[in-house]
Each structure stands twice: as structure tokens, then as C-alpha cells.
Design a protein around this ligand. Structure first.
Ligand code: GDP
Length: 174
């Protein structure tokens, strides 16, 4: 059995739902008070990709450093995929996705020189106070080189699995 290590980054402004997303995906739970322990860099989920191939998925959530909109290269190093998340009720978190994507592309790439495949997630789509339209997300996603985008609600467990499936499919070995 071969085990692949797969590092995926989850970036975006604070309070958009990144830790909740990771927690939901890895532990199958949503709780309002959940906060990732300070000092823990990543969560792990083991996937049985096939009889012979297992994937050790490392999800790197930037826990608490998001107001800088800039991470060290070390943090991005070795990532094979990325999720940029914003909150549909916050236009600033949406606008900042451009900066997050630029920061990533400036500091990291795949070994073959390609940019790291990145998907855009529009979280909290359960809320009615939405200020970012599907139309503008669609345009933005194309203009900024995202592989694709998707609406999620970590709260209602909508598209969490599907989003992670998308985030892990453009990758080299499958
Ligand atoms: P982070 O700072 O990006 O890691 O965001 P958190 O995971 O700490 O979430 C910030 C707040 O948004 C918390 O109060 C979460 O319970 C809430 N939240 C996360 N996802 C959703 C969602 O899909 N819908 C709603 N309504 N609230 C959410």
C-alpha cells in the first residue's frame, strides 16, 4: 500500500469559517465555540483512495494570522492544493481573496512550476444577509485564475465534502 502525503492550505480572512470548515470535514461536527488549538498547524484526515493507495490529507488552517494577508513561504511550502474562503455576508472578505491568491502565487508553486491549484469557497450561504452575488463570484473566479468556485455552508453541512473533493482532484496522481 502506497501512502501519499497531501498538503492543502485553507486561507482567507478571519471569521469566514475556515476552522469550522476543517473541523466539520475532519471530525464531522459544527459547533459555534470551536476554535483550533493555538500552536496546532494542521489537521489530518486519512483517505482510502483505492485498495493500494492511501492519502494522508493535511489541512493547513492559518489560525489567527489572517489579518496580515501575507504568510511566510515556509507555511505555503509543499502545498499541492489550496482553498481560498470568504463569507458571502462580508464584501471585504470577498475583495481580499484577490490578495490571498496573489500572496500564494507570489510565494509558492508546484514542483513543475505551475501555480498551486486553488478553489474559491463562498461560505455561509445559509445566511440571508448575503451581499456577494453568484454573478460577481463567477467573474471574479475566472479573472483571478481559480480552478472553480462553490457555495458552502459549514453550518448546514452543504458542499463541504464536495468542496474538498474538488480541492483534491486537480492533483498530479489521479
Ligand atoms: P475562521 O476565523 O475563518 O477560522 O472562522 P471560524 O471557523 O472561527 O468561524 C467564524 C464564525 O462563523 C463562527 O462563529 C462560526 O460558527 C461561524 N460560521 C462558520 N461557518 C458558518 C456557516 O456556514 N454559516 C454560518 N451561519 N455561520 C458559520
Amino acid at each position: 500500500v502506497t501512502e501519499h502525503l497531501l498538503k492543502i492550505l485553507i486561507i482567507g480572512d478571519g471569521n469566514v469559517g475556515k476552522s469550522s470548515f476543517v473541523h466539520r470535514y475532519v471530525n464531522g461536527q459544527f459547533n459555534k465555540t470551536y476554535k483550533m488549538t493555538v500552536g496546532v498547524d494542521f489537521s489530518v484526515k486519512l483517505l482510502n483512495w483505492s485498495e493500494k493507495e492511501k492519502v494522508r490529507l493535511q489541512l493547513w488552517d492559518i489560525a489567527g494570522q489572517e489579518r496580515f494577508i501575507s504568510m511566510t513561504r515556509i507555511y505555503y511550502k509543499g502545498a499541492l492544493g489550496c482553498v481560498v474562503m470568504f463569507d458571502v455576508t462580508s464584501s471585504s472578505s470577498f475583495l481580499n481573496c484577490r490578495l490571498w491568491k496573489q500572496d500564494l502565487d507570489n510565494k509558492a508553486m508546484l514542483l513543475n512550476g505551475d501555480s498551486i491549484p486553488c478553489i474559491l469557497l463562498a461560505n455561509k450561504c445559509d445566511l440571508t444577509q448575503r451581499v456577494v452575488s453568484a454573478d460577481s463570484i463567477n467573474r471574479f473566479s475566472k479573472a483571478n485564475g481559480f480552478v472553480t468556485w462553490m457555495e458552502t455552508s459549514v453550518k448546514e453541512n452543504k458542499n463541504v465534502e464536495q468542496a474538498m473533493r474538488l480541492a483534491t482532484t486537480p492533483l498530479p496522481w489521479w
